[in-house]
Design a protein around this ligand. Structure first.
Ligand code: HDD
Length: 747
């Protein structure tokens, strides 16, 4: 065969596809004369919809008005490369012909894919799963005698804040409602420098010395071989650790209590945990513990609800936070201080204030309110703000100082260190969410991701080249000159730290019977998930050293003998302030489900909806199908509604089973409830009742509650009128749950 030149070979190959070798007309694939049929028909692109607008009619950023401009990266309405070159097309890579390979020269393609490949940053080693919001802190001025920190001292002073809530153990994609401690970290952008209060929703911690932090976290996170369980403490290594390091018993009981499964971030207390030192203008000091008190009270889920929510809505807390803010039901907390004299012993009422496994009961040192926090703005970009926010206990303004709590001392190292890897370098304080709102003039220079262009030549002090700049300020941060006791260098802790059980007993005894019952069930569940008999037995021994009833009840559930205590149990004085039961709270932002059917009188429902909204709560209409029922807009269908979403349930109807099209066969077959009622409504009622939520009904809804006999049980209201039912249900909601409905065997 006659030899051909390379050019002829290529020409033949091209001609085989396009026929005559002429390129296609741009935008009209196949317009050459193909000798082989195109495998696909060219499809005309969809036209832009009219509401998409044109570059000169839409804002470039979509930014809400009033939002800080520096938070937005978009600077014009036209699509550009990262270098600002306008682009014609971002949907097609540059190819050697429509069916050819992608060309390496396609900078836009490489820039887009490379950037995407690096979009994720390492998740936090703990507290990976979280949600955050912006807000404002307003000082009451009541701390002015205690601290010179301006954001606390001046009455009415407003300070911008960013708060990040989190779970501790789970990965970034884990569920919100797992049993765990919750992080409550607040960044105050004060005029005198940033203050980070990096706390939890529990006032004590697992360990007393920071050197054990990697150990407790290794034990509590997943097993290293199979990386399970996700976001759970119900496994062997956790219980192995806490039963061997008995200082962890106090925090563990908080986790096993209802505090481990909060109803909402909005209904959590927050604690700074450690004791801090405040210093005023006169140089006088006091020791303090920080508390956040939620306006709505402290409320929790019940365990089954938490488990259901993990599957039905893993974003339960995140959604609740953002929905509440967007609905204008701004979450609120008061900041409070427990104040103690700064004595050389650093104790109060015999309690060592440096021991982070101990509380000071509020009955001994009341929490004094010093300001109010309101969260009023959701993040614009989750990654930029919630992922990149970096907290650190060393971020302190003048007037607040640390103590020698050995956990706090170790944390002072860890938080800066972790950001170096997580945020890839030492300049993370220049990321918008981390930028102080006070003027910055440091002598830090260069490094990865340096955003500032520093002037001058002399970032050192003293200097004679930059006019002496920057200057120290005699009014600046004071390290309180606390006397350090002369003592030998040791790897040890104070003797008082060795009491690991008396405060666990105090917590247990402060709980009401229903709360104790929940604690027993939590221990029984979690230890029941352990495989190692020795670990269960060791933890039972710890429970025996806390309380015999607790120990015996859990032992019974595990099918093991209850051991005797190793020593006489201490006398403790309960602290009723620790209980969540027995008080009345506002129900702002709570959600009431209203079950209707197609025959409903919509006037009644309109009236009820109006009253619910007027009370600051959220009504959700639950109907057999989407769309409208009369004039009412349906918000949940029987298929999409699940009890976990509602704090109370109103039955305006007893809906009959919907046509087959709407009910899955298994749901229809399996439900026990009342015959003739849609099984999904039966399930709603059943779960709301089991989870001790208020339930009410009128008309055929009342009839249904009578037929089931539920009307004779606590917290179930039947009435002739819708408004009568709502009034009674609202009263019940103030107590959060119908506590009498829980079965109790202790007490
Ligand atoms: Fe920590 C994150 C709270 C002990 C080391 N911690 C982190 C967060 C919270 C807490 C709320 C998430 C912050 C955010 O939302 O970005 N940690 C606590 C509390 C503790 C505590 C209340 C005890 C009273 N932590 C603790 C110790 C160490 C750490 C003893 C290490 C010695 N914590 C870290 C960390 C994290 C962190 C590894 C992970 C991500 C981060 O810091 O920024 O440095």
């Amino acid at each position: 065969m006659e030899a051909r030149t390379p050019a002829e070979v290529i020409k033949d190959a091209v001609t085989a596809v396009t026929g005559d070798g002429k390129p296609d007309v741009p935008g009209k694939p196949g317009s050459g004369t193909p000798t082989v049929a195109e495998p696909t028909e060219p499809v005309a692109p969809l036209p832009p919809s009219p509401e998409q607008g044109q570059p000169d009619t839409v804002t470039p950023t979509g930014a809400p008005t009033g939002a800080p401009p520096e938070a937005f990266a978009q600077q014009g309405a036209y699509l550009t490369t990262a270098q600002g070159t306008r682009l014609r097309d971002t949907d097609h890579s540059l190819k050697a012909g429509p069916r050819g390979p992608i060309l390496l020269q396609d900078h836009h393609f490489r820039e887009k894919i490379t950037h995407f490949d690096h979009e994720r940053i390492p998740e936090r080693v703990v507290h990976a799963r979280g949600a955050g919001a912006h807000g404002v802190f307003t000082s009451y001025g009541t701390a002015s005698k205690l601290t010179r920190a301006g954001f606390l001292a001046a009455k009415g002073k407003e300070t911008d804040v960013f708060v990040r809530f989190s779970t501790v153990l789970g990965s970034r994609g884990s569920a919100d409602t797992v049993r765990d401690t919750r992080g409550f970290a607040t960044k105050f952008y004060t005029d005198e420098g940033t203050f980070d209060l990096v706390g939890n929703n529990m006032p004590v911690f697992f360990i007393q010395d920071a050197i054990k932090f990697p150990d407790i976290i290794h034990a509590a996170k997943w097993h290293p071989d199979r990386e399970i369980p996700q976001a759970q403490s119900a496994h062997d290594t956790f219980w192995d650790f806490v039963s061997l390091h008995t200082e962890a018993q106090h925090h563990t009981m908080w986790n096993m209590s209802d505090r481990g499964i909060p109803r909402s971030y909005r209904t959590m207390e927050g604690f700074g945990v450690h004791t801090f030192r405040l210093v005023n203008d006169a140089g006088e000091t006091v020791l303090v513990k920080f508390h956040w008190k939620p306006k709505l009270g402290v409320h929790s889920l019940v365990w089954e609800e938490a488990q259901l929510a993990s599957g039905v809505d893993p974003d339960f807390h995140r959604r609740d936070l953002y929905d509440a803010i967007e609905a204008g039901a701004y979450p609120e907390w008061e900041l409070g201080l427990q104040v103690f004299p700064d004595t050389p012993e650093e104790t109060f009422a015999g309690i060592d204030l440096l021991d982070p496994t101990k509380i000071v009961p509020e009955e001994l040192a009341p929490v004094q309110r010093v300001g109010k926090l309101v969260l009023n703005r959701t993040p614009t970009n989750f990654h930029a703000e919630v992922e990149q926010v970096a907290f650190h206990l060393g971020h302190l303004p003048p007037g607040i100082d640390v103590t020698n709590d050995p956990l706090l001392q170790g944390r002072l190292f860890s938080y800066l260190d972790t950001q170096l890897t997580r945020l890839a370098g030492p300049n993370f304080h220049q990321i918008p969410i981390n930028r102080p709102h006070a003027p910055v003039n440091d002598m830090l220079r260069d490094g990865f991701h340096q955003h500032a262009v520093h002037g001058g030549v002399a970032p050192y002090r003293p200097n004679s080249l930059d006019g002496g700049n920057p200057f120290p300020d005699s009014d600046g941060f004071v390290d309180v000159p606390v006397t350090v006791t002369e003592a030998p260098k040791v790897r040890d802790l104070p003797v008082s730290f060795k009491d690991h059980f008396s405060q666990v007993r105090l917590f247990w005894q402060s709980m009401t019977p229903v709360e104790q019952e929940h604690i027993i069930r939590a221990y029984t569940f979690e230890l029941g998930k352990c495989y190692e008999q020795a670990i269960k037995e060791r933890q039972l021994q710890c429970l025996a050293d806390i309380d015999p009833v607790l120990c015996a009840s859990v032992a019974e559930g595990l099918g093991l003998p209850a051991p005797a205590p190793t020593a006489a149990l201490p006398e403790v004085t309960p602290s009723p302030a620790l209980s969540q039961v027995g008080r009345q709270w506002p129900a702002d932002g709570r959600i009431i489900g209203i079950v209707i059917d197609d025959d409903i009188k919509t006037d009644d429902i309109d009236e009820v909806r109006e009253s619910i909204l007027a009370a600051g709560m959220v009504p959700l209409i639950i109907a057999p199908h989407g769309g409208k029922v009369g004039t009412l807009t349906v918000q949940r269908t029987f298929a999409t509604a699940r009890s976990i979403e509602f704090d109370a349930l109103l039955l305006a109807a007893a809906p009959v089973p919907a046509p087959d099209a709407f009910v899955a066969r298994d749901e229809k077959a399996g439900s026990p409830g009342t015959a003739g009622v849609d099984p999904r409504v039966n399930l709603l009622i059943d779960e709301c009742w089991r989870h001790a939520k208020a339930i009410g009904g009128w008309g055929s809804g009342a009839q249904l509650l009578r037929e089931t006999g539920l009307d004779a049980t606590p917290g179930v209201v039947v009435h002739d009128t819708a408004t009568g039912v709502l009034a009674a249900v609202q009263k019940l909601m103030a107590a959060h749950r119908v506590w009498e409905r829980f079965p109790v065997t202790v007490g």
